[in-house]
Ligand binder design. Structure first.
Ligand code: FE2
Ligand code: FE2
Length: 313
């Protein structure tokens, strides 16, 4: 699917004939539980939190900075670029915490009253435990970089409060997948980049490894939960999911990061907004995700515009 093309296949074919298969829920969860037992990390132990934070290393891969390839970036000293990327990565991690708190509640609500003896229930709770550790890990990393706990805008915070209380089914798991996939693509770059702070590399590696299971879990649930939607429900859920994706993506980098790096906020925001390099990175990071959501019929109609506005399409 090209970035300019609206996904139009959905709705024009029999959903039952699509390539995405519905698998056995308990079988999948059994495999995911076995994988968690083999490979899970306690970031409080695995990360060397007392290690120095070197002055010359970026907070994240610089190509992921919202200002990379702009004239402002070229005008900045290395020290300023390092400071900006530390604040940008801390903002992304803070947004991660915000969203992990939403998703923990989505999953708790989904599991409420379900059969605790099933692998599905037990993996869902394992995922919540993972997210608890991730949020503490992100909080600690930002703290080590000397960055504040960034929060999304008041509007995003309040809409998130509603979303976590009401979102269900394919929309709930769809929003979970959006946040996890975007972060996953970025963190795969950061974890292997020698120009990046060791703390950002280790925390990214832990997150990538554990999130692979969460993404599998979310994808399977989206396939199952989107199966029986009527046409009206589907169009409503598409817009809700796109709304969630819009606020998650828009909240990644807090405007306050620019002043923290000694930059003019207004000029930096304008430069970031028109940064074609960054837009292309975002579209690239979302291509697999958007292809999947399209495949299960969760993209189409007015939702396409929302995805385009935050460069996911
Ligand atoms: Fe996580
Ligand atoms: Fe996750």
């Amino acid at each position: 699917m090209s970035s300019t093309e609206a996904p139009t296949r959905v709705g024009k074919r029999d959903l039952a004939t699509r390539e995405v298969k519905v698998t056995d829920r308990q079988e999948v969860a059994t495999r995911l539980l076995a994988s968690s037992a083999k490979k899970s990390y306690d970031p409080m132990v695995e990360v060397d939190w007392d290690a120095p934070v070197p002055d010359h290393l970026y907070g994240m891969t610089p190509e992921w900075s919202t200002l990379y390839r702009t004239s402002m970036w070229d005008e900045m000293s290395l020290e300023q670029q390092v400071t900006l990327t530390k604040h940008e990565v801390s903002s992304i991690m803070s947004t991660g915490i915000w969203f992990e708190m939403i998703l923990m509640q989505l999953i708790v609500r989904d599991m409420y009253g379900k059969d605790a003896s099933t692998p599905h229930f037990q993996f869902a709770l394992t995922e919540i435990a993972d997210e608890c550790r991730h949020s503490i890990m992100f909080a600690r990393a930002s703290e080590r970089f000397g960055c504040p706990s960034y929060l999304p805008s008041r509007t995003a915070l309040e809409l998130g409060r509603i979303f976590k209380a009401v979102a269900v089914g394919a929309t709930a798991y769809g929003a979970i997948l959006v946040a996890e996939e975007i972060l996953d693509v970025m963190q795969r770059d950061w974890m292997k980049d020698e120009r990046v702070q060791p703390i950002a590399r280790t925390t990214s590696k832990i997150h990538v490894l554990e999130e692979a299971r969460h993404m599998r879990f979310a994808r399977e649930e989206i396939v199952r939960r989107s199966e029986g939607l009527s046409r009206a429900q589907r169009s409503r859920e598409r817009v809700r999911l796109a709304g969630g994706a819009y606020f998650i993506t828009n909240s990644l980098v807090n405007p306050a990061v620019y002043a923290a790096a000694g930059l003019d906020t207004k000029r930096a925001l304008a430069a970031a907004k028109s940064n074609e390099h960054y837009k292309a990175k975002m579209r690239g990071s979302a291509s697999k995700l958007m292809g999947f959501l399209d495949e299960v019929g969760m993209v189409g109609g007015p939702s396409v515009n929302l995805y385009k506005r935050v460069n996911l399409l």
